[in-house]
Design a protein around this ligand. Sequence first.
Ligand code: R5P
Length: 295
Amino acid sequence: PKFFSCSANKGLAEKIADSCGCSLSNGEVYRFSDGEATVRIEESVRGADCFIIQSTSAPANENLMELLIMIDAIKRASASRITAVIPYYGYARQERKARARDPITAKLVADLITTAGADRVLTLDLHAPPIQGFFDIPVDHLTAVPLLANYYKKNKNLDNITVVSPDMGGVTRARDLAERLGVPLAIMDKRRPHPNVAEILNIIGDIQGRDIIVVDDIIDTAGTISQGSQALLNRGAKTVTACCTHPVFSGAAIERLQKSPLEEIIVTNSINLPKEKQIEKIKVLSLAELFGNAI
Ligand code: R5P
């Protein structure tokens, strides 16, 4: 196989290639002075099985376009197969018409990736699993829950743990983590009066005196997790920590996490965290082996 990386996840891409006993091939994204992107592939890919690693995380449009251009270049260079490895699939939260005249951007992105020339997609913890069906090419959908579970098994005393889902949509994931840890599950009843604003109404399940792990797919503005952790403590939880697959961390997220009562936040490197977002209570687990094994 040959491995190529666009700009979003260089570090992870190197480690994925390494876990397959390879190094990254010679291909880079370049920018023209007006901001347009292009790629230069400096070695032959004729007949090769190519993997392009790129999350469509922020800046989502730039990163998506880089991925499309890299796929196009490698397709036109006669690769035998192209797999788009997308650790974080951006636009996944626009996967249905929630209101009249909404776009379904997750489907539009799937069409763009397919049209560009991908033969297969390898992705992780899609915000909405049915997005797999937006593609007419094979999609391998991985989950980081076993990785998170192993971290807690190795590093935490599980005797007093309860796993909490921050909303109804996350129950399947939270149940999976709770079952892997052999601990009880509770659920928060969250409502969004406005986009990016979270309100916790009720908590279903016993959290009195418990050490809580809240598990989510995405922490974006950290509104859900910071309000949720406070609501859990107000209702009698002993301690609260959190974990998620995708650390989007936009807007005031880092400030909120810093101020929140959360003792620790475990995330993966599906999205590269710049230096200013690397605060002490955030710990990053590597996905390299998970993707390496799937490849
Ligand atoms: C929502 O359904 C997702 O699973 C996350 O809970 C949400 O995207 C987190 O967003 P924020 O951190 O901005 O509250």
